[in-house]
Design a protein around this ligand. Structure first.
Ligand code: IPT
Length: 949
């Protein structure tokens, strides 16, 4: 494994290969060959072995190193021709990745085997082939082996060849490795290793484009001193230079320089060339800070798996680019390659687009972690997996930290691997979550960074304030994005930004791993399928499959659907929350003027453009462009308020819509970057002394009768459990209390002389009775005022919501609101967006989280309408900003469905108006929401009005 890039000039063998799937490695080949794509996972197209999802548990009961006898084995075959012009050269076969054991044969002769599902296997086949001749290349891929026990990552199990297969050739005299060290101060050092047959001399030169040749510092010619040797190691050379006025590489400003290294024969002719795009940057740990080019940069990271809903694990360079472009657009500056090395193209893209990478080795022994961590039979695999990754990826400026793997306990193997890395590459820190798990203050471990997963805010801040902290603290996983999640992200960042010693983390995770499945036959739609999805939603006849949907047992259900994007890369609403928290600029308002703060380290604000969005409750929403001063990094400057601000006393908000001014490599001009907001005027009290009208029409229980309502407003304390509610335990309590099936027991209905109706009802639950009062008053403007209170007994200490639910007749299809929007928000996830007038189709308000659950809420709603195309409908006004949701589904419909294809949207709207709505938290894996976002027992009051339009 080396860092010499040989993609150029190689013969790509990707395409359709002959294929047979055998039940086990020793099984006889059949007469008949089928076909399979390479790269490709057979699990995505062969019904005999479908995808299988497990998290921690292995899919079989065997202990390491044993595996089942039933062991799907794919035999891939094709003809190859070795180009005649490769005569006299060295020929190499490269298999980008195969899952899991790879056996390579040429014309029936075994040429090598490889393990490690996420790194390439390279075979020197010079001795096995003659240029100009044709051969049969057979790649046999065995699914299970001893190595499966250290590839127990939380993802689908697949089988196949998952990255490109290529042949390339080199001169017999060739560069074995090129190691580049380019520092922030402009110093550049290039170390080359040379291999080949005994020669009468060689030399290496290097050139940095625009800066000329590097000086050769040392050359060590092993050949001259070891005549008659067996080895083909010829020696090493070191070259160096210093670039004056270097522009350092950073995620914010990813400046790359072109370096070409040439190996010359004794006569000066070029035997081998290696091209590199390098970046000058320095990573160091000083005290408890991780510094990039001397700056303490917050790590706003996300964990990313190789995933594709049609191919399983096969991703193209276009896919990788689309992933990283999305990551950049939503404010992330770092990626952890959870939990294995990615295709080298990902690192090229991270270098180019500007992302810090924690490069992680392909080691996760989760289910048998303790057993394996000190089992010497696995020692070589640990060291080899880590070292091969480092050898491959060391020249990428984007890689700032090496990770020894994930969830594999802590044992001697980790120390051995860390020691190898520290010696081989002293320029980057090493991290391993498991090493730092028990004692965050320990200095004597295989991790230079304390990188816990899912630690609570309280724990990390306590550590940072303890005086015991010895290393940077960067969470390797936090804010589990399963379903409707990522509550309290803003609370996290408020602490991180104000607590020395806390430096960020990596959200779990980028992808929802939903595989596109045909509902008719239950099979994966597979590579090449078209039209099965759009905007996160599957088309009729398809669904997003998760664990168990392919008959896979044991499985871990929807736990693989825990990403910030849907399986088609559509961003979930939580992405907008992150984008706002990571914004390159912030606003402050002191009552008279606005100041804009540039929060970046390297770049000014010139690449951005801005417009004020003026949101006034009464006078509507307007957009006014505003010149953005080019504030230097870390500085601030005044920002002009819009001229002609709406007069009056109604509530007034300004939101700065910040977009890209010009095309950037990761965002075309006019891409929205953030929407910071400030409030200029408070909302005056509403419903004060509104004049009364006539009588309110009610049913015998005192509930509102209205021509557009098919179900009058009644009390709701429940929501369709989110994944966090379910796995965190709240949903179980709610069910035990009976909140999902509340029954209204009328107590009294009174009507006063003015037609005002007071209905009191009880809602018995297993934790005590809730008393609900609803007073309906007709107002002179034709609206009905609804004043409600609900008193929750002490036993109901943490319910989902307290509010009203009502249903409309069919017809209204447009929702317009003044409040936070446009995207979905919840009380603990509402940092992004504008307080303004928004409009959406009712059908679009719902968010298609893979397992149906509470969704579509909008926070801070002050008023809304639901209208038919002709403008008729309902208008609602609220006493104070509240959580409102309008969807086509009752909570019970959602809770009963495992997939969206089981849901039938109702013709009318289901409307929730909440006095209180519980935060989302992240309890499916990690901390629940924080106390301020929980609903306390006692009396809750809310008032609203409803009017016919
Ligand atoms: C942690 C894993 O590292 C990650 O792969 C994923 O499984 C995540 O949790 C949950 O989705 S491990 C967990 C036991 C904390």
């Amino acid at each position: 494994m080396s860092a010499v890039d040989r993609r150029e000039g190689s013969v790509v063998l990707d395409g359709t290969w002959r294929f047979q799937l055998l039940p086990a490695p020793g099984a006889p080949l059949g007469e008949q060959w089928g076909e399979a794509p390479v790269p490709g996972c057979w699990t995505m197209h062969d019904p005999r072995d479908l995808p299988h999802y497990t998290n921690v548990q292995m899919p079989f009961p065997h202990h390491p190193p044993f595996v089942p006898d039933d062991n799907p084995t794919g035999v891939y075959e094709r003809d190859i021709e070795i180009p005649a012009e490769w005569a006299g050269r060295r020929t190499v076969l490269l298999v980008g990745a195969a899952e899991s054991v790879l056996i390579a044969e040429i014309d029936g002769e075994q040429i090598g085997i490889g393990k490690d599902s996420h790194l390439a296997s390279e075979f020197d086949i010079t001795g096995a082939v003659t240029p100009g001749r044709r051969y049969t290349l057979r790649l046999t891929v065995v699914k299970w082996s001893d190595a499966s026990h250290i590839e127990d990552q939380d993802q689908w199990w697949h089988g196949g060849i998952t990255r490109s297969v290529r042949l390339h050739s080199t001169d017999p005299l060739h560069l074995d490795d090129v190691a580049v060290r380019a520092e922030q101060d402009g110093t550049l050092r290039v170390d080359c290793r040379v291999r080949g047959p005994l020669t009468d001399g060689w030399s290496v030169s290097a050139e940095l484009e625009g800066y000329g040749s590097l000086a050769q510092d040392t050359a060590h010619d092993a050949a001259n001193r070891a005549l008659g040797r067996v080895s083909d190691f010829l020696g090493e050379a070191r070259l160096s230079t210093t670039v004056a006025d270097v522009r350092p590489w950073s995620a914010e400003s990813p400046v790359l320089y072109a370096l070409t290294v040439r190996l010359h024969r004794a006569d000066g002719s070029v035997a081998d060339t290696s091209h590199h795009r390098i970046g000058f940057r320095t990573v160091e740990i000083r005290g408890r800070d991780l510094l990039i080019n001397g700056d303490r940069v917050f790590i706003r990271g996300v964990n990313r798996h190789d995933f594709h809903p049609l191919t399983g694990r096969v991703v193209t360079e276009d896919d990788l680019r689309a992933d990283l472009v999305t990551v950049k657009r939503f404010g992330f500056n770092a990626v952890r390659t959870s939990h294995y090395p990615n295709d080298p193209a990902l690192l090229d893209l991270a270098d180019e687009l500007g992302l810090y990478v924690v490069d992680e080795a392909d080691i996760e022994s989760h289910d048998h972690a303790h057993e394996i961590a000190d089992d010497p039979r696995y020692l070589p695999a640990f060291v080899e997996r880590v070292s091969r990754m480092v050898l491959r990826d060391k020249n990428h400026p984007s890689v700032i930290v090496w990770s020894l793997g994930n969830e594999s306990d802590y044992g001697a193997h980790h120390d051995a691997a860390a020691a190898w890395v520290r010696r081989h590459d002293p320029t980057r820190p090493v991290q391993y979550e498991g090493a730092a798990k028990t004692d965050w203050s320990s200095t004597d471990i295989a991790s230079d960074i304390v990188c816990p997963m899912y630690a609570s805010l309280e724990e990390i801040t306590a550590h940072a304030r303890s005086g015991e902290q010895t290393k940077p603290l960067i969470l390797c996983e936090y804010s589990h994005a399963m379903g409707n999640s990522n509550g309290t992200l803003a609370d996290h960042w408020a602490e991180i930004e104000t607590t020395p010693g806390l430096q960020g983390g990596f959200i779990w995770e980028f992808w929802d791993h939903g595989i596109l499945q045909r509902t008719a036959d239950g099979l994966p739609a597979g590579p090449g399928a078209t039209g099965g999805y759009t905007n996160g939603t599957t088309a009729p006849g398809y669904r997003w499959a998760y664990g168990g949907d392919f008959g896979d047992t044991p499985n871990d259900g929807a736990f693989c659907a825990d990403g910030m994007v849907f399986p088609d890369r559509t961003p979930k609403p939580a992405m907008y929350e992150h984008r706002e928290l990571a914004a390159p600029l912030r606003l402050s308002y002191d009552g008279t003027g606005v100041t804009v703060h540039n929060r970046q380290h390297v770049t000014g604000l010139a690449r951005l453009r801005a417009a004020w969005l003026i949101g006034a409750e009464e006078s509507g929403t307007r957009v006014v462009p505003v010149p953005l001063p080019d504030v230097p990094p870390g500085a601030c400057a005044p920002l002009a308020l819009p001229p002609e601000l709406p007069q009056g006393t109604d509530e007034l908000w300004l939101t700065l819509r910040v977009t890209t001014a010009d095309d950037l490599p990761w965002a075309p001009a006019d891409t929205e970057i953030c929407t910071p907001r400030i409030r200029l005027r408070e909302r005056p009290a509403v419903f004060t002394g509104a004049p009364a009208g006539g009588a309110v029409e009610t049913d015998s229980e005192g509930l509102l009768v209205h021509p557009l309502l098919t179900a009058p407003p009644v009390l709701s304390l429940w929501r369709a459990p989110t994944d966090n509610d379910l796995l965190g335990g709240a949903a179980g309590r709610w069910r035990d209390w009976g909140l999902d099936a509340l029954v209204r027991k009328p107590v009294s209905v009174t009507r006063d002389g003015n037609g005002r109706v007071t209905a009191v009802a009880e809602y018995p639950t297993a934790a005590g009775t809730v008393v609900h009062e609803q007073i309906l008053t007709a107002l002179a403007d034709g609206s009905v005022l609804v004043e409600e209170s609900a008193t929750l007994p002490a036993g109901l200490h943490d319910v989902a919501r307290v509010g009203s639910v009502l249903e409309t007749a069919a017809g209204p299809d447009t929702f317009e609101w003044y409040g936070l929007g446009p995207w979905e928000s919840y009380p603990d996830r509402c940092a992004g967006g504008a307080v303004a007038h928004h409009r959406a189709r009712v059908d679009d308000l719902f968010t298609p989280y893979l397992r149906p659950q509470e969704s579509g809420g909008r926070s801070g709603v002050r008023a809304f309408s639901l209208t038919r195309p002709d403008g008729t409908g309902l208008a609602v006004r609220l006493d104070v900003p509240r959580q409102v949701s309008v969807t086509r589904h009752r909570a019970a419909d959602l809770a009963a469905a495992a997939h969206h294809d089981e849901l039938t949207p109702r013709a009318g709207c289901v409307v929730h108006i909440d006095a209180a709505h519980r935060g989302l938290g992240t309890a499916s894996c990690g901390p629940d929401t924080l106390p301020p976002y929980l609903i306390a027992p006692g009396t809750h009051r809310w008032t609203w009005s409803i009017r016919t339009l």
